[in-house]
Design a binder for this molecule. Structure first.
Ligand code: 0WD
Length: 254
């Protein structure tokens, strides 16, 4: 039998077929989950529609996470269509390119605010509207990176936003545990995606992981997908408020 049979899971953050959220969707679909995808705007709509069409029974809805009204509308559409939600995958982040190179000390007020709004607050904004739909208990997860804990070159304001995101995971977990809703993060090793294109010297980061990580290779999106599947499933029922590393062990050596 399948681990996610009968579970309705919202997947936010598919931009293309290299997106981590897309690999997560594959792992969830393979275990029988019913998926709803969201896309940010018309720019990615067609691509997400095409991808979703390859997963039978899945649906696609629009939601820019910087707009409260769009998250409200998403929640009411989900309530109408599914009734109950069991899982939420948040795989969204953004910072302006100019903030992801040079010195962190040069971060602008607007750049700091934008990175935190999209990359950290959006988890809170979405969780606060989705947990009421998780009437049979639920699992919420987000994506983070080692730059939350260490001052990594070029990651800059995104590292500060990821620290806020990881802390938000703990506070959300503390709040929502009483409703049997769990909240966790996966800290993935570097993976070449659209978002990674914004980070300067990404090749050098990948090479360093290949040399130093205990598993001596870079992280694959499917590895993140399978851990996300575990977090969405009954198998992880005792885990909440955690950051789980899927990075070939890099964080223990570095
Ligand atoms: O090495 C990596 N790629 C790692 C990524 C290592 C560790 C963590 N992560 C994190 C990222 O920080 C992010 O939180 O994983 C998450 C997913 O990132 P990804 O899969 O690497 O990147 P991508 O495929 O670009 O998906 C992120 C998407 C956006 O894509 P673009 O590139 O079009 O900005 O987040 C979405 C969007 O689809 N997004 C939004 N969605 C709704 N509303 C918004 C928004 N305002 N802004 C961005």
């Amino acid at each position: 039998s399948q681990l996610l049979e009968g579970k309705n899971i919202l997947v936010m953050g598919v931009a293309n077929d290299r997106s981590i959220a897309w690999a997560i969707a594959q792992s969830l679909a393979a275990q029988g989950a019913r998926l709803v995808f969201t896309y940010e705007n018309e720019r990615v709509q067609e691509r997400v529609n095409k991808l979703a069409a390859t997963i039978p029974g899945s649906e696609v809805l629009q939601c820019n996470v910087t707009v409260d009204e769009e998250i409200d509308a998403l929640a009411s559409q989900l309530k109408e269509r599914l009734g109950v939600l069991h899982g939420l995958v948040h795989s969204i982040a953004f910072a302006k390119g100019e903030e992801l190179e040079g010195m962190f000390v040069d971060t602008s007020r607007a750049g700091f605010a934008l990175a935190h709004d999209i990359s950290a607050y959006s988890l809170v904004a979405v969780a606060q509207r989705m947990y009421p739909l998780m009437t049979e208990g639920g699992s919420i997860m987000t994506m983070t990176y080692l730059g939350a804990e260490r001052a990594l070159r070029n990651y800059n304001v995104m590292g500060v936003a990821k620290a806020a995101l990881e802390s938000s995971v703990r506070y959300l977990a503390a709040d929502l545990g009483q409703y049997n809703v769990r909240v966790n993060a996966i800290s993935a090793g570097p993976i070449r995606t659209l978002a990674a294109k914004g980070i300067k010297d990404f090749n050098a980061i990948l090479r360093e992981v290949e040399q130093k990580a205990p598993l001596r290779r870079t992280t694959e999106t499917a590895e993140v997908g399978d851990t996300a599947m575990f977090l969405m499933s009954h198998l992880s029922r005792g885990i909440t408020g955690e950051v789980i590393y899927v990075d070939g062990g890099y964080n223990i050596v570095g």
